[in-house]
Design a protein around this ligand. Structure first.
Ligand code: V47
Length: 391
C-alpha cells in the first residue's frame, strides 16, 4: 500500500497546500467525512492525493482484488414518457427506431447470450400503457431461458410505474415480481437528488424523496439494490455532495446498497444537453475516489467501463474502485448517447485490464460472492488488448 510509506504528517502538509487539511487524518483514522470535507474534495485540484487516500480505503477493504461479473444487458424498451433532457435513449412508440421487446424476444436474447453469464441486467424506459403482466412476463421469460441466471432488473423509476400500473400496495407487487423471477435491482434513475436540477432537466421524473422512499421499502422487502449519481449536467458541486449525503444516510438506515456507481453524463444525441462536454478524465476519476471516501458504508465502488472509457476505468481501480462491472453486451443507453467503448468485453480482456492495473481479477456473482479467483496469468498468454482506448 503506497500510502503506508508516507507518514500522516507528510500527507497533511500536502493537504494544507491543496485545501484538504484534516482530511488525511480522518481517512486514516476511519472517521466519517463531513459535507464540508466532501465539498473540499470536489473543489481541490489535488487528484493524486484524493486518489491515494481513496486507494488506501479500497485496499483496506478489498486488498488487490478487482471484481467483475459475466453479464448481459437487455434494454427491453426505449418507449418512455419522462422526456429527460439528458437521455438519448428514449423514444415515443411511433418514432421510427422505437421498440418494445416481447417476452419471447427477451427469452431469445437471454437464451442466445454468453452461456457463462450469471446475470441479466434489464433496465428500460417507462411507458404506462404496458400492462402489469408484461413486466412479470419478461422476468419469467428471462428465467425460462436460463433458470440459474440472476435477474437484476428495473430502476426505481420503473418500479414506481409498475406499482401504479398494478394498482396494488408495493409490498404485494414486489412479492409478485420476486415470484416471477426478480432477484435484485440496479441503481439507476436517481440522477442527482436536487429539486432545482430536476425541475430544470427532468421534471416528469420522480422526486428524490420518492426515489428514496421506494429504495427504503425495497430494501425492507429483502432486495439488494445499487445506487448511482449522474454527474456532469448542470448540478453544482454542493448538490453532488448533498446527493452523496442522502445516499449515505439511507444506507445507514437500510444497509441495502451493494455498490455505488458514479455515472458520467454523455451529451451526444441528447435532446437538451448536447452543448455540455463529457466530464474530463480527472473529473471521472475524482468522482470515483470521492465516492469511495464519502460513502464509508457502501462496500463496493463500480468503475462502469462502458461509460468511463477503458483507460479511465482501469485507472479508477487504483483510485477507489474495486469493481469493473461486467462483460456486458447489447448495452444501448450509453451507446445511444455517444459512448465509443466496445459493445462487450470478454473475460480475458477484463483480466488483462485488471492485471495491468496491478489488481487480481475475481469473478463475482451479482451479490458479490466470489465465484473464481484468477491469481495467475492465464496459461495461454495475454488476451488481445481491447481496441477502443478512447478516454
Ligand atoms: O438512470 C441515462 C443514466 C441510468 C445518460 O446498477 C445516462 O449495476 C450518462 O441504471 N449519460 C441507467 N448517463 C443505467 C443504470 C446502470 C448502469 C450500469 C450499472 C448499473 C448497476 C446501473 O443511466 C439512468 C441515468 O442515470 N443515463 N442517459 C447519459 N446520456
Amino acid at each position: 500500500m503506497v500510502v503506508d510509506l508516507l507518514p500522516l504528517q507528510t500527507l497533511e502538509e500536502r493537504a494544507r497546500l491543496t485545501g484538504l487539511q484534516g482530511i488525511p487524518s480522518k481517512v486514516l483514522a476511519g472517521e466519517r467525512l463531513t459535507s464540508e470535507d466532501g465539498l473540499a474534495l470536489y473543489r481541490s485540484d489535488d487528484l493524486s492525493l484524493i486518489g491515494l487516500l481513496a486507494n488506501r480505503v479500497r485496499e483496506e477493504k478489498h486488498g488487490r482484488v478487482c471484481f467483475y461479473n459475466v453479464n448481459i444487458h437487455v434494454n427491453y424498451t426505449n418507449w418512455c414518457n419522462k422526456f429527460c433532457d439528458f437521455c438519448a435513449f428514449q423514444r415515443r412508440p411511433k418514432e421510427e427506431d422505437a421498440y418494445c421487446m416481447t417476452p419471447d424476444q427477451v427469452y431469445e436474447a437471454v437464451r442466445n447470450a454468453n452461456p457463462e453469464a450469471t446475470e441479466v441486467h434489464m433496465v428500460a424506459g417507462v411507458w404506462p400503457a404496458l400492462p402489469y403482466e408484461y413486466y412479470k412476463d419478461i422476468l419469467k421469460a428471462a428465467k425460462a431461458a436460463r433458470p440459474d441466471i440472476h435477474v437484476k432488473a428495473f430502476t426505481m423509476v420503473e418500479i414506481d410505474q409498475i406499482e401504479k400500473t398494478a394498482g396494488k400496495p408495493l409490498v404485494e407487487v414486489l412479492e409478485e415480481l420476486r415470484e416471477a423471477g426478480l432477484d435484485s435491482m440496479p441503481g439507476g434513475g436517481a440522477e442527482v437528488f436536487s429539486e432545482r436540477v430536476r425541475q430544470e432537466l427532468y421534471p416528469k421524473k420522480m422526486s428524490a424523496e420518492r426515489w428514496q422512499e421506494l429504495a427504503r421499502e425495497i430494501h425492507r422487502a429483502g432486495f439488494r439494490t445499487n445506487c448511482t449519481m449522474l454527474y456532469g449536467m448542470t448540478e453544482t458541486l454542493q448538490e453532488r455532495v448533498d446527493h452523496l449525503d442522502q445516499l449515505r444516510r439511507l444506507q445507514d438506515q437500510t444497509q441495502g446498497f451493494q455498490t455505488y456507481i458514479p455515472l458520467a453524463f454523455h451529451p451526444a444525441n441528447t435532446p437538451g444537453l448536447q452543448h455540455l462536454p463529457f466530464p474530463d478524465p480527472t473529473e471521472r476519476l475524482r468522482s470515483i475516489a470521492i465516492g469511495r471516501l464519502y460513502l464509508d458504508n457502501i462496500d463496493h465502488i463500480k468503475a462502469y467501463w462502458v461509460m468511463l472509457g477503458l483507460p479511465v476505468a482501469q485507472m479508477a481501480l487504483t483510485m477507489g474502485a474495486d469493481d469493473l462491472d461486467g462483460t456486458v453486451s447489447q448495452e444501448k443507453i450509453y451507446h445511444d448517447a455517444g459512448a465509443d467503448t466496445p459493445q462487450s468485453l470478454d473475460r480475458r480482456q477484463l483480466h488483462r485490464l485488471i492485471r495491468e492495473a496491478d489488481r487480481e481479477p475475481v469473478e463475482r456473482n451479482t451479490l458479490y460472492q466470489a465465484l473464481r479467483h484468477f491469481p495467475e496469468e492465464e496459461p495461454d498468454g495475454p488476451s488481445r488488448r481491447p481496441t477502443s482506448l478512447a478516454v
